[in-house]
Design a protein around this ligand. Structure first.
Ligand code: NAD
Length: 530
């Protein structure tokens, strides 16, 4: 299995050329994590793609990118793997995922460190993301015994009408930088128990995390006699690599997580060849703070949701809609609490907010704050902070922006910690503001009024895929279907019944009578010689 050999060859570690893996302290830590995992970057090393740590901007590695020809070869291999894997009974497919989950659990700390070094999220959130991978493995193992169809009442006598679910084919999974492991695990572990093979195109900003997580899966597959070669492969590269995956006619399902711009491109390409796409795109999430709310709870919920992962979660709280009777005091408390946030290295356990991913994210944040000022906003915070020894890291103070109305910039997703605050008088007005953007991912209301809470969740309420009461917009659990509506793409990668995205449905009618009644009472009498 070429892919397995590539990533599962500890003896190659000593051969990493020093020019390809610069010797910054973080690069050394990343290399030693691979060593602890018993993995090697092997012939992934190259010069096409330089990987940086957002912690101090230092280089972690330089990698070779896969070409469209490489993707073609991967898809051919994935099809061969699928032909074998779909014949393995689902509970035995679950056994591979169980073993993989055990490996991730064993190496949780090393994986969390690598993730924090490459992505910049604080260690407790990195550990949470690795825990999410472990949890989803357990979820998928359980699912491997529950891929059930329906028995439907037939209108014809002595007929049985049923639905079956069969493996679908090759999954192409394109993922974003901000959840460099969890999103992959949501889709891939579930697809594996559903009988699919998979190709993962991770973000070009977090390829090392991808190679580590996929490398452990290759190890588990190497040791499992029922797993065919090339069951899961990794395609390293930028948008061009994603396009090659999206365009390939033999990739049955394309699960794409990222910006709306990317999702639109992928959706059109995949639809053009009648493939299936599952889209998890940008959000612009709001919380309503009602006058009856427990305001301490609301404050905690809002601050974590707005500043966690340095505002780089798809579910980050970006808009706060506060009842005008409590608006001024709530904003004052928000500003005071933001001032207490500890901003610094994500590897320091005391830190609340780590760096932005790169200078482009920083520039995007500054542009958004400028536009907000032009649109009448009053900005608190948002400035860059110099951290000793991290001149090329982009650390910012999360911003609160008081807005007179929901102007153009508020309707955009800026992937940075900016919290726009607006006022409202009636719940109708608040819900209209909440729904008045093109995205539809996550939403919440803080209230102790049961009527308001119920209305917010009803068809008259939030139009988002995630609707919370008395918790923030971020931090969803894995059991529920995760995703959103409108330009967020409508996809559900994992949770609830989203496993159906990774399978194809067959409806079967069996006639066990001696006659041939037609549905809807259609008559078609034939004179047939006995
Ligand atoms: P991005 O769109 O820049 O990149 C995401 C992935 O798509 C990367 O792997 C990239 O290489 C690839 N890509 C980019 N353009 C492509 C194209 N035209 N065709 C095929 N592949 C392409 O996003 P990002 O900056 O990595 O992540 C941030 C965005 O992701 C935010 O908008 C965030 O809300 C969204 N996101 C959504 C969810 C969700 O579940 N809804 C989860 C995480 C992130």
């Amino acid at each position: 299995m070429a892919e397995k050999k590539l990533m599962n060859a500890p003896e190659n570690i000593a051969q990493i050329p020093s020019t390809a893996l610069p010797a910054s302290p973080l690069a050394k830590q990343a290399a030693s994590t691979f060593e602890q995992l018993g993995l090697s970057l092997g012939d992934r090393l190259g010069s096409d793609l330089t990987v940086y740590s957002p912690i101090d901007g230092s280089q972690l590695a330089a990698l070779r990118m896969d070409t469209p020809d490489d993707i073609d070869a991967m898809v051919a291999n994935a099809r061969t793997a699928f032909a074998a894997w779909k014949l393995v009974p689902a509970p035995h497919r679950g056994e591979l995922v169980r073993r993989y989950g055990a490996l991730v659990r064993e190496h949780k700390e090393a994986l969390s460190l690598l993730l924090a070094i490459e992505n910049g999220k604080i260690l407790t959130e990195a550990r949470g993301e690795v825990q999410e991978v472990i949890d989803i493995c357990e979820y998928a193992v359980g699912l491997s015994r529950q891929l059930f169809g329906l028995t439907i009442a037939s209108e014809r006598p002595e007929h049985r009408l049923t639905e079956y679910w069969h493996p679908m084919g090759v999954l192409g999974l394109i993922s974003a930088f901000n959840f460099p492991a969890a999103v992959w695990a949501w889709g891939t572990t579930v697809a594996l128990v559903c009988g699919d093979s998979a190709i993962w195109k991770p973000s070009e900003k977090t390829p090392l995390t991808a190679l580590a997580f996929a490398g452990l899966l290759a190890k588990a597959a190497d040791d499992y006699e029922l797993a065919p070669d090339h069951l899961v492969q990794v395609a390293i590269g930028d948008a061009r690599c994603g396009t090659a995956v999206a365009d390939h006619p033999d990739v049955a399902i394309v699960s794409a997580t990222g910006s709306v711009r990317m999702g639109h491109d992928v959706a059109v390409r995949v639809a053009g060849r009648f493939g299936r796409s599952v889209l998890e795109l940008g959000g612009n999430n709001a919380a309503i703070i009602a006058p009856s709310a427990d305001l301490d709870l609301a404050l905690r919920g809002a601050v974590f949701a707005a500043t966690g992962t340095c505002g780089q979660r798809c579910t980050t709280l970006r808009r706060l809609i506060v009842h005008n009777s409590i608006r001024e005091t709530f904003i004052a408390r928000l500003i005071a609490t933001f001032a207490t946030l500890r901003i610094g290295s994500p590897l320091d356990d005391a830190t609340h907010v780590g760096p932005l991913i790169d200078h482009m994210a920083f520039d995007g944040m500054q542009r958004a704050l400028e536009q907000a000022r032009r649109e009448g906003g009053t900005v608190h915070g948002g400035e860059r902070l110099d951290l000793a020894g991290a001149a090329d890291g982009h650390y910012v103070r999360p911003a609160i922006v008081e807005m007179p109305q929901q102007s153009a910039i508020v309707c955009e997703e800026t992937f940075a910690p900016i919290l726009y605050v607006m006022g409202y008088d009636t719940l109708d007005e608040a819900i209209a503001l909440q729904n008045g953007v093109s995205q539809g991912l996550s939403s919440s209301i803080f209230t102790n009024d049961v009527r308001e809470a119920e209305r917010f969740q009803s068809a008259q309420g939030s139009d988002c895929g995630i609707v919370n009461v008395n918790i923030g917009t971020s931090g969803a659990e894995i059991g529920g279907a995760f995703g959103g509506e409108k330009v967020t793409g409508g996809g559900r990668v994992s949770g609830s019944d989203s496993w159906k995205n990774y399978m194809r449905r067959a409806t079967a009618t069996v006639n066990y009578s001696a006659s041939l009644p037609l549905a809807q009472g259609v008559k078609f009498d034939l004179d047939i010689d006995p």
